[in-house]
Write a protein that binds this ligand. Structure first.
Ligand SMILES: Cc1cc2nc3c(=O)[nH]c(=O)nc-3n(C[C@H](O)[C@H](O)[C@H](O)COP(=O)(O)O)c2cc1C
Length: 353
């Protein structure tokens, strides 16, 4: 990561965080990224929902909002990429600036508000990839427009348009920057929403796995409700978690005062604890994707031992650059071997045994 740490990173950090992100997307689109030939250790391979994952580490939603750069991201060594969040209609999101670095805390705060080019553009990108026999696992993260009159119809529109192309679908009810979105996590609302999107998925021949993505800022009762609804509706997985609206006392950078969702280092403990709880509440029967604050192999392994079948990151890529997937995969493989597991899958939920 030396080139990134000493040259590219500092250059990008001269720019506002959102511009730097935009430049990264352009570089990926133009093919201006390093090609790593090293294959991940086979111990990291796993199979879930009939999908093959070369490594359990994926890119979290929000990096590739419009499904434009998932292929280059896979080539950087990620095991899968979750694209989106996509909303039915294109929307510009909140006023800028709306993305902030907290370098001393290894954190980010964003209040982007689902800026994206809409379902039509996104679907064409995913369709093109499918028609070219694209390899790799591409998740599709679905949201609602800020000004929609009917929340459920927005999610149904996303599921209807994308079920035939997604490797898996995510119902995102947890971003903090769309007013009212998180209310869909309540027992009654979530059940109603899931019944509708599950029905919408029925029309697809592909019938992709359907997951929800939850917030870390929930009471014990709300967490239990989500676990119970997940079991009742028989969904295929839960992503734990989105960004937090909390501001831990430990935060140093002045940007802690900005409104929005906090991610990166300060989210690690909180999201891992929630992951551990969800694994327990669902008896380890619903696959979990652990995300929040992963920046090295030790943290990646901690999420797996706490109950994650797969893991994702976003913020650490901003601080460590494009080699991060390979570095974490290598560290993770050696930790798994050190504990004498014969595969990554064997280590899932090990802390609970
Ligand atoms: C700039 C930014 C934009 C994000 N956009 C989305 C999004 O559109 N949909 C979503 O589900 N999560 C989004 N997230 C949340 C991430 O997917 C992830 O859950 C969170 O950042 C925690 O992971 P991390 O600590 O590795 O960044 C976003 C995060 C960041 C930093």
């Amino acid at each position: 990561m030396k080139f990134y740490a000493s040259i590219l990173g500092p250059l990008l950090f001269c720019l506002d965080a959102e511009h730097a992100h935009y430049l990264s997307l352009i570089s990926l689109k133009l093919g201006l990224y390093p090609r790593y030939i090293k294959r991940p250790d086979p111990i990291l391979k796993s199979k879930l929902w009939d999908l093959e994952f070369p490594t359990p580490l994926g890119v979290a939603a929000g990096f590739d909002k419009n499904a434009e750069v998932f292929d280059p991201l896979l080539k950087l060594g990620f095991g899968f990429v979750e694209t989106g969040t996509v909303t039915p209609l294109a929307q510009i999101g909140n006023d800028k600036p709306r993305m902030f670095r907290l370098p001393e805390d290894s954190g980010l705060i964003n209040r982007l508000g689902f800026n994206n080019k809409g379902l039509g553009y996104y679907t064409r990108n995913i369709m093109r990839w499918c028609n070219q026999d694209g390899n790799g696992v591409i998740g599709v993260n679905i949201g609602k427009n800020a000004n929609t009159k009917d929340d459920i119809s927005d999610f149904v529109a996303g599921v209807t348009a994308l079920s035939d192309y997604a490797s898996y679908l995510v119902i995102n009810v947890s971003s903090p920057n769309t007013p009212g979105l998180r209310n869909l996590q309540s027992r009654i609302n979530l059940k109603k929403l899931l019944d509708s999107v599950i029905l919408a998925r029925e029309i697809s021949a592909k019938h992709p796995p359907l997951l929800i993505k939850m917030a870390p800022d929930l009471s014990d009762i709300e967490i239990t409700d989500i676990a119970e609804v997940a079991i009742e509706t028989n969904i295929d997985g839960i992503i734990v978690s989105n960004t937090t609206i909390e501001r831990p006392n430990t935060l140093k950078n002045i940007n802690k005062l900005e409104k929005g969702g906090l991610s990166g280092g300060p989210l690690f403990e909180m999201s891992t604890e929630l992951l551990r709880n969800m694994y327990r509440l669902t008896d380890g029967k619903i696959p979990l994707i652990g995300v929040g604050g992963i920046s090295n192999g030790v943290q990646a392994y901690a999420k797996i031992r706490a109950g994650a079948s797969l893991i994702q990151l976003y913020s650490a890529m901003v601080y460590q650059g494009p080699r991060i997937a390979l570095v974490i995969a290598e560290e993770l493989a050696s930790l798994i071997k050190k504990d004498h597991f014969s595969s990554m899958s064997e280590a899932i939920g090990a802390d609970h045994r």
